[in-house]
Design a protein around this ligand. Structure first.
Ligand code: BYC
Length: 470
């Protein structure tokens, strides 16, 4: 087990104390991070006591402790999963060779690009969610939001550590830039599109943590396979924290479905107007939110046909999630049947890896859908929630800008434009959802549009005062 040294300014299990130059560089970045947190982290609530989990070890058993913390005092630190003895590269042309403890010169810019792109998403999501605290549906939810936020902050630290420790001056400059770009900023936006979308209501937050954090899971799993061992170890530990973020999304949407079904039963109706009048989210509206966030998150896998992904795999930088489940780890002689607007094409497998990953991601997304649909079925209603086709509303790749319905049917451009708000939230839908967003901050109380969770955090009751607002 690697214990974490909490007596240092920056908690870490990377022996920072023995590398004074690196320690000084990170201590120089730390106040800039805290300044960013104060200005672009959660708006208000900085003085509240929040029941947070903090990583205290990288041991799978008992890796975190829970307790009341004021967010600016959260111990953001640098934690790498334990090294695996004699680890070798598990895929690509250098398969079987020892993993690298330093960045190979020829891969320096590709690795830096992957780390910067990953790092950029972490503070972006905190910025996107910064106003949500004001409209929390309960203290339980408020605490979960802040837990997600502090851990995304820690994931930023994870990437900044790699940049500082392994990329010299360029790395330090990139670390500064991670705090200089801002979500939705017209001049300096975040790198990936989804991270510039506003998240101004809790339905979006649940969808984001369901779909976009799940992209995080897949990207982190593929980087955890990397031949650059420090990146692999960093991502392995980040995945431990990531699971809770997706739990917030899956249970959040499940609780919305549950509450809506209760209202539908009380009313004896599935009429959206009546359900809205009763203060709940009608299921077609939820479907439009799912379509929006799922299609946006599908873009995060990049182009269907990508020479970047081919080179990253062949060079041992980025594998497939759970690489060991596959038989062929070199992929020089296999092809992939790719659906494009021009028809089905045979594409070299190496160039199709973004799509391979997108497909396994969608299978994972289906799990929640099945669960929510079982709830709907049990309540005796006919509607079923679905995932949109991968070709729907894409803004990157082969399907970019193609007029495709959520069912995957190509239609005329003007029909697509006319009907788009049948498929993604219209301004009226958003205005309605916003009208539901009223802060509920009494312990145990819940907004009327979402059911209470089945259980509280860390075996505490749902009624526990998870955030003490003073
Ligand atoms: N938006 O060959 P291509 C998470 C750019 S989420 C804008 O298709 P590649 C989290 C691309 O950068 C996980 N631009 O793509 C979740 C490239 O530009 P340059 C984040 C895009 O490289 C919730 C060009 O298009 N982690 O952790 O095969 C809360 C052609 O690229 C987009 C990562 O993404 C887009 N959607 O794959 C908090 C892992 N997509 O460089 C956190 C690291 C592509 O030619 N990143 N482009 O100017 C990567 O592995 C890859 O960069 C990507 C793209 C998978 C993103």
């Amino acid at each position: 087990m690697s214990g974490i040294n909490y007596s240092e300014k920056i908690p870490n299990n990377v022996n920072l104390v023995n590398d004074r130059t690196l320690q000084r560089a990170l201590e120089h970045w730390q106040p800039k991070f805290l300044d960013w947190w104060q200005h672009l982290g959660p708006s208000d609530f900085q003085g509240a006591d929040v029941y947070l989990r903090t990583a205290t070890s990288v041991d799978a058993e008992g890796w975190a402790t829970y307790g009341a913390v004021k967010m600016p005092d959260y111990r953001w630190g640098i934690f790498l999963a334990d090294a695996q003895k004699d680890r070798t590269i598990g895929f690509g042309d250098s398969m079987g060779q020892p993993v690298w403890q330093q960045v190979p010169g020829e891969y320096r810019s590709s690795l830096r690009r992957l780390i910067v792109t990953q790092g950029d998403t972490e503070p972006a999501s905190v910025e996107q969610q910064r106003l949500l605290g004001h409209t929390c549906p309960s203290l339980y939810d408020l605490r979960n939001l802040f837990q997600v936020n502090v851990e995304e902050g820690r994931h930023l630290w994870a990437m900044v550590y790699l940049l500082h420790a392994y990329f010299g001056r360029d790395g330090r400059e990139e670390a500064e830039e991670l705090l200089a770009r801002h979500s939705g900023d017209a001049d300096k936006p975040r790198i990936l599109t989804t991270f510039n979308e506003p998240i101004s209501d809790w339905l979006s937050f649940y969808c984001f943590t369901y779909f976009t954090d799940r992209d995080g899971k897949y990207q982190l799993k593929s980087l955890a396979e990397s031949g650059f061992d420090p990146l692999s170890r960093t991502c392995r530990f980040m995945l431990t924290e990531e699971a809770h973020h997706m739990f917030v999304g899956e249970t959040g949407i499940g609780r919305v479905v549950k509450r809506t079904l209760e209202v539908m039963k009380e009313l004896g109706s599935d009429d959206p107007a009546k359900i809205r009048a009763a203060g709940a989210v009608d299921l077609p509206l939820l479907q439009r939110y799912l379509n929006f966030w799922c299609s946006s998150s599908l873009d995060l896998f990049g182009n269907e046909i990508s020479s970047n992904s081919a080179a990253n795999f062949a060079n041992g930088l980025k594998g497939r999630p759970d690489e060991s489940q596959y038989e062929d780890h070199v992929l020089r002689s296999s092809t992939f049947k790719m659906n494009t607007p021009a028809g089905t094409e045979d594409v070299p497998m190496l160039n199709a890896l973004n799509e391979v990953m997108r497909e396994s991601y969608l299978k994972d997304c289906e799990i929640g859908l099945k669960r929510w649909n079982r709830q709907i079925e049990r309540a005796g209603f006919a509607l079923r929630l679905t995932l949109p086709a991968t070709s729907f509303r894409r803004s990157i790749g082969a399907w970019m800008g193609q007029p495709v319905t959520p069912e995957g049917r190509m239609v005329a451009k003007d029909e697509y434009e006319k009907r788009l708000h049948d498929w993604i939230p219209s301004p009226e839908d958003r205005a309605f959802v916003h009208s539901l967003m009223k802060r509920v901050a009494e312990p145990g109380k819940m907004a009327a549009w979402v059911a209470p969770p089945e259980r509280g955090i860390n075996n505490l009751p749902v009624e526990y005062e998870y955030v003490k607002l003073h």
